[in-house]
Design a protein around this ligand. Structure first.
Ligand SMILES: Cc1cc2nc3c(=O)[nH]c(=O)nc-3n(C[C@H](O)[C@H](O)[C@H](O)COP(=O)(O)O)c2cc1C
Length: 322
């Protein structure tokens, strides 16, 4: 039996499972889906907000944008061309997006490679190898962001790198002194079941010699000699304007960048502190020239394999059985 977009219930479940494999802040998976006759609607799951870390739900929308990109991609993988309306308003009150079918076309090679990368992509918080990311890979990541109408700023020279590093450290200190942020980190860290950041994904416990301030997800003590790489590729993913639509757009760009990186065997992790602390985010924006809106900071390099983090089953993400 076929249903929405001409897909079987099993295929549609697979498409939604792909959507749910997107990254999300603290692995909150803040998305819900409503399947109707001719469309899938994406909603924020406001019970999964992080009011202290993400008070205006900006990262919640980035996460949902990443899930939307996977949804689009998985549909393309089935030969369905998705037609997306962002922030549809009264047509679906509260929805972040409506996805309809805009025709059929077999997936091209690039689409197939990105679809294959969906289950392989992971946030890799461990040290990367001391290998420089080739220029052509870097350029492909910049193009991936552009394709989704966002901008990937590559932190290029030593001076800018030192500036970004100091902003990460500054925001990290602000958050470390904020009981609300600390509480949320603890609540979503450790063994929880189908969500949150489990110990196996936590990376290395931060140490005083680290150049970049990483979040402490209660990782085990690090083995001796396991220091971070000396010169990771650091990029700032930016939107061209501010607001919820730009955040959804940038979330899609984030996921295209991360999946493109995965196809090259590259790993990435996040350094979100400077975009979460408003005054520091303003400083970062000024440091980048004042026009682009910084949405997230990534560290990219060649890592060793890491285990997948958990996901909730699709049945928990939909309003009615498929
Ligand atoms: C908007 C956003 C911000 C994030 N910020 C951080 C961060 O600052 N530090 C970090 O280690 N991981 C960060 N993450 C990664 C999530 O914790 C990760 O995606 C989630 O735990 C699921 O794991 P996975 O990406 O391996 O599937 C962020 C993810 C998103 C989408």
């Amino acid at each position: 039996m076929t249903g929405v977009f001409g897909l079987s219930a099993e295929q549609l479940t697979g498409v939604l499972r792909s959507a749910a494999l997107a990254p999300s802040v603290h692995n909150t998976q803040p998305w819900r889906f409503r399947v109707a006759e001719d469309r899938v609607e994406l909603y924020p799951d406001l019970s999964r907000r992080l009011p202290a870390t993400d008070p205006v739900d900006r990262e919640l929308r980035l996460s949902c944008g990443a899930a939307l990109f996977n949804l689009r991609l998985a549909l393309r993988g089935h030969g369905v061309t998705p037609l997306v309306t962002l922030m549809p308003g009264s047509e679906a009150p509260g929805a972040l997006a409506i996805v309809r079918a805009g025709g059929r076309r077999p997936p091209d090679d690039e689409t197939a490679a990105l679809v294959d990368a969906i289950p392989d992509r992971r946030t890799n918080r461990r040290p990367f190898r001391e290998v420089v990311v080739p220029v052509r890979h870097r350029q492909a990541l910049v193009r991936a962001a552009e394709r989704e109408r966002a901008w990937l700023h590559v932190v290029a020279d030593r001076e800018e790198r030192a500036k970004v590093q100091s902003l990460v450290a500054k925001a990290h200190r602000v958050q470390a002194a904020d009981p609300g942020v600390r509480e949320e980190l603890l609540a979503w860290t450790g063994p929880r079941g189908g969500d949150g950041v489990p110990p196996r994904s936590a990376g290395n416990r931060p140490a005083p010699q680290d150049e970049w301030s990483f979040r402490d997800f209660q990782a085990r003590e690090r083995p001796p000699g396991k220091d971070y790489e000396s010169d990771p590729l650091v990029v700032v993913l930016c939107s061209f304007y501010d607001g919820p639509s730009a955040e959804l757009q940038t979330g899609q760009a984030l996921q295209r960048v991360l999946l493109t990186a995965t196809t090259f065997g590259l790993s990435a992790s996040f350094l979100s502190q400077p975009v979460e602390v408003r005054p520091v985010r303003d400083e970062l924006r000024r440091a980048l020239g004042g026009t682009l809106v910084p949405q997230t900071v990534l560290r990219v390099g060649f890592g060793s394999p890491v285990p997948a983090s958990p996901r909730r089953p699709v049945a928990e993400l939909v309003d009615s059985p498929l």
